[in-house]
Design a protein around this ligand. Structure first.
Ligand code: 5GP
Length: 123
């Protein structure tokens, strides 16, 4: 069920549990600002999710409330994951809210790679 990206942050969401270590994940990268792990249902040969460590529902929420340090740290972490762990070439995707089909209410950037990725959107 797609989420409402304007909802308050829900500490019980699945990625919050992964961040707290309550649910296992296959870690790819971690620093002070971000955590990256393999998607449980990969849609490309490489499908990694990068999430900020802070409590942000969506890109909307993060870009409005995140500190400059958090935003810079997160963007650098996405770049680090993309550069060092995937390639050549990759696609970044962030679903925000209902029309985009966002299912988990903690901001995540999908990193897809490992094969030609086809058209940008399904038709
Ligand atoms: P969204 O549709 O919100 O942009 O993407 C949510 C993503 O989270 C999906 O690609 C889904 O496969 C992934 N996902 C959902 N639950 C889990 C989980 O428990 N562990 C991992 N690693 N990925 C998950």
């Amino acid at each position: 069920m797609p989420i409402d990206a304007t909802q308050p942050y829900d500490d019980a969401n699945i990625f919050a549990k992964i961040l707290r270590g309550e649910i296992p994940s296959k870690k790819v990268y971690e620093d002070d600002f971000a955590f990256a792990f393999h998607d449980i249902a990969p849609q490309a040969p490489v499908h990694v999710l990068v999430i900020p460590k802070g409590p942000y529902v969506s890109w909307d929420d993060f870009s409005a409330r995140g500190s400059d340090a958090e935003i810079a740290g997160f963007v650098r972490a996405v770049g680090h994951v993309a550069r060092d762990h995937v390639g050549p070439g990759y696609r970044l995707l962030a679903n925000v809210g209902g029309d985009a089909g966002q299912e988990v209410p903690h901001l995540h950037v999908h990193v897809f790679a490992g094969a030609p990725l086809g058209p940008m959107l399904a038709r």
